[in-house]
Design a protein around this ligand. Sequence first.
Ligand code: PXP
Length: 240
Amino acid sequence: MPKLCVNVDHVATIRQARGTNEPDPVAAALIAERAGAIGITIHLREDRRHIQDRDLRLIRQVVRGKLNLEMAPVEEMRGIALDTRPDQVTLVPERREEITTEGGLDASGQMDRLAAIIVPIQEAKILVSLFIDPEQHQIEAAHRLGADYIELNTAAYSEARNPEAAGREISALKKAAEQAHALGLGVHAGHGLTFLNVEPITSLPHIEELNIGHSIVSQAVFTGFEAAVGEMARLVEGRS
Ligand code: PXP
């Protein structure tokens, strides 16, 4: 069975919507670890729309498990990774107009560009994972690039509109996980996984870690809402 890594970007998204200092993704990272996450994932985007450089610095200091830094394969991010030394870097494609990461990295189409990012990061003893779609040529490219892991993009599975389509995506993910494992790559998966759709993914072979964020934060809004309103009502009305 895989282990859970929690993506706390979405906590930072709420903070940035107000430009204030709460909720703090650093606190979320600590709570996630205490609750059983084996790792924390953050995406430092080039436009800094959610996670800030300060978050990365502080989360690097406080996280005890694995810190997985998602980033675009660009020079600026390579420098930041080498300075802050996360345990793992996951390379993801990035487009400024997108709401969230759309599609996996085209590893086979940009081997030289990726090698220039991957080699120095691995030389610094930081693990490298490539976020890719479950496609044979992308897995082969990840292997040729010497990546330690791939993260299989589960977006197509999570967007499937009926059981047949979901079944097809599960088959593709299974085949991809088996191919990657046979090539010696570690396998992670994530994107769009929810409380309703995660279970079939946990039964796939060779998947060591799942990265999940949005659905956990969405659920937390409701599981925490009653207690938060109650606490504020007591304060407002001067009750203890
Ligand atoms: N993996 C990658 C590469 C991502 O970009 C994201 C989204 O930030 C996730 C996993 C987590 O996806 P979600 O927030 O939909 O659970």
